[in-house]
Design a protein around this ligand. Structure first.
Ligand code: NAP
Length: 243
């Protein structure tokens, strides 16, 4: 298999993925974007967007009135809120950062906000959610999240912490609850997601940067200082360097 980035291609050259100026792809792997959408604000849909859209559909969360929790308000999380709201769900953002409350409720349109380290708030929300989309990238306890689920509720892990998480089994048995994972989606579903996003005006919140800003962007990423995705303007950066 030849991966999109940093892999040796058949002719010995290295694959540059999204950093390439041109790319040849089989038509089966081409997505059609509706004319009127902003490509820079839609580019993250091809990763973060489909990663949240696919489990929302597959696990039955994409239904009017379902109560869905979104854990971690970052690149994946902010799109999970937008898609879940567009599906008609009631959305609660579950976050470690109180500073994101206003953003979650006023700007993204979440119905409620749960500060995950506030035991009283967590206790009050026990057994209220049909499903939870967990986007946290670091190790974290999942028992409090399992407790937020109703009977038959599903916790879907999308984040990829380096260390294994602890899985408490008894609370799963008693409520016939499910802990699952999901990664991206197939071509057909990506096209469906792009069309759905265009219809509902869903784009990612992005900051467009030139290539020479990448090192600063990496430093800011490490501090969580981005709302919510950097998009590198490869076309204009390359155009500026051409003789
Ligand atoms: N399954 C897939 O196919 C797939 C696809 C793309 C990405 N991913 C993975 O999904 C995860 C999230 O990606 P992302 O781009 O959304 O990341 P991100 O923008 O950094 O968002 C992650 C969020 O998790 C929360 N968080 C809580 N505790 C944290 C901690 N100790 N360290 C860091 N974050 C913490 C933060 O939200 P609060 O401040 O709200 O708590 C943070 O904004 C990553 O692990 C990524 O590799 C998986």
């Amino acid at each position: 298999m030849i991966l999109t980035y940093s892999t040796i291609y058949h002719d010995g050259t290295i694959t540059y993925g999204g950093y390439s100026d041109t790319m040849v792809a089989n038509e089966r792997y081409i997505i059609c974007f509706p004319e009127n959408v902003s490509l820079e604000a839609s580019a993250p849909l091809l990763c973060a967007g489909i990663t949240v859209y696919s489990p929302l559909k597959y696990f039955g969360f994409a239904e009017v009135g379902k109560h869905i929790g979104v854990v971690g308000l970052g690149g994946l999380g902010h799109l999970a809120v937008k898609f879940a709201k567009a599906f008609g769900a009631k959305v609660t953002v579950i976050s470690t950062s109180i500073s994101k409350k206003e953003e979650a409720l006023k700007y993204l349109g979440a119905d409620s906000f749960l500060l995950s380290r506030d035991q009283e708030q967590v206790q009050a929300a026990k057994s209220t959610m049909d499903g939870i989309i967990d986007t946290v990238s670091a190790s974290h306890p999942i028992l409090p999240l399992i407790d937020l689920l109703k009977t038959n509720g599903k916790l879907v892990l999308l984040g990829a912490p380096e260390k294994p998480l602890e899985l408490p089994v008894f609370p799963l048995l008693m409520g016939r609850k499910t802990v699952a994972g999901s990664a991206t989606g197939g071509m057909k579903e990506i096209q469906e997601m792009v069309d759905f996003a265009a219809k509902h005006n869903i784009t990612a919140d992005t900051e467009l940067i030139p290539m020479e800003y990448v090192n600063t962007a990496m430093e800011r990423l490490a501090k969580g200082d981005v709302r919510y995705r950097f998009v590198i303007d490869v076309g204009n950066t390359l155009a500026a360097t051409k003789p």
